[in-house]
Design a protein around this ligand. Structure first.
Ligand SMILES: NC(=O)c1ccc[n+]([C@@H]2O[C@H](COP(=O)([O-])OP(=O)(O)OC[C@H]3O[C@@H](n4cnc5c(N)ncnc54)[C@H](OP(=O)(O)O)[C@@H]3O)[C@@H](O)[C@H]2O)c1
Length: 257
């Protein structure tokens, strides 16, 4: 028999959306290394399978949920499968997102649709499906607390030219999170907003070539954060004692003005 575990999330279950790359993948790994069983949701099954294999290789528990959370049915199913396969839901990390920048004038409407469908509706579908389970976990789990972490951005605090609809979606995430926080915090579901600055992931790569050119000129000379830096912040939030709720965390690379 081994001695008592010092892993603070042992016995808990976390669902991470957008777990196939970047901040989501790093967060899922970090949660698993704290002892949480993790459900990994995204569209690219091969990436999720590779991460699940890595987590299991380190003694963790991971399930792969191939899902497009912009589809209400698939988002709900991701939550329900997490509970069915891992037994409960203590932590939802609403991370899946897309950032398509460029001027509003003549922007392709399809880019705006993709951002609203994922950053707003995908997050809302997951939140809606998860809330009954989080409220239940906060009532009857040994920790008697549960967490919803919504990933916003510096762009959710500060609007800038050339980022209009991304700003809109992330400001929306902030407003929704604060309103929901007030509704459920006395029932010990903590709603936390995490607002990263520039972090080295696949996120920027989905932009049009001309937009990428402008972005490169903005961030060439600074040392970006790594996905693990944001995962670290999320681990800090979810491992606070029951009476402490970190409502909001704005994190920039030191060299980002
Ligand atoms: N990187 C930054 O500088 C930065 C700064 C501030 C905020 N953020 C926020 O951080 C979050 C994570 O982004 P990241 O930087 O880690 O970028 P990333 O590497 O591009 O990760 C985005 C994740 O979202 C998933 N995703 C995309 N569409 C999806 C869909 N329809 N259904 C389910 N999953 C979907 C992607 O997986 P699949 O393609 O496999 O589905 C991927 O796992 C986003 O909300 C982003 O806005 C990032």
């Amino acid at each position: 028999m081994t001695g008592p575990s010092n892993k603070t999330l042992v016995g808990t279950v976390a669902l991470v959306t957008g777990a196939s790359s970047g901040i989501g993948a790093a967060t899922a790994s970090a949660l698993a290394s704290q002892g949480a069983s993790v459900a990994l949701a995204a569209r690219r099954k091969d990436k999720l399978d590779a991460l699940a294999t890595e987590i299991r290789g380190q003694g963790g528990t991971a399930v792969v949920l191939e899902s497009d959370v912009t589809d209400e049915g698939q988002a709900t199913e991701a939550v329900e499968r997490t509970v069915a396969e891992l037994g409960r839901l203590d932590t939802l990390v609403n991370n899946a997102g897309v950032m398509l920048l460029g001027p509003v004038v003549d922007a392709p409407l399809s880019e705006w649709q993709r951002m609203v469908e994922l950053n707003v509706m995908g997050l809302l579908y997951c939140a809606h499906a998860a809330l009954p389970h989080l409220l239940h976990a906060a009532e009857d789990s040994p920790r008697r607390v549960a967490d919803m972490i919504n990933i916003s951005s510096v762009a959710g605090r500060v609007a800038r030219a050339g980022r209009g609809v991304y700003n809109l979606t992330k400001h929306g995430v902030g407003a929704f999170s604060e309103s929901l926080r007030q509704e459920v915090t006395t029932r010990h579901v903590r709603v936390s907003l995490v607002e990263p600055g520039a972090t080295s992931t696949e996120l920027a790569g989905h932009n049009r070539a001309e937009v990428l050119e402008i972005m490169r000129s903005q961030f060439t000379n600074i040392e970006l954060m790594h996905a693990a830096d944001i995962a670290d912040a999320i681990i800090y939030i979810v491992t606070r004692p029951r009476h402490v709720a970190v409502n909001e965390m704005l994190i920039r690379p030191t060299e980002q003005e």
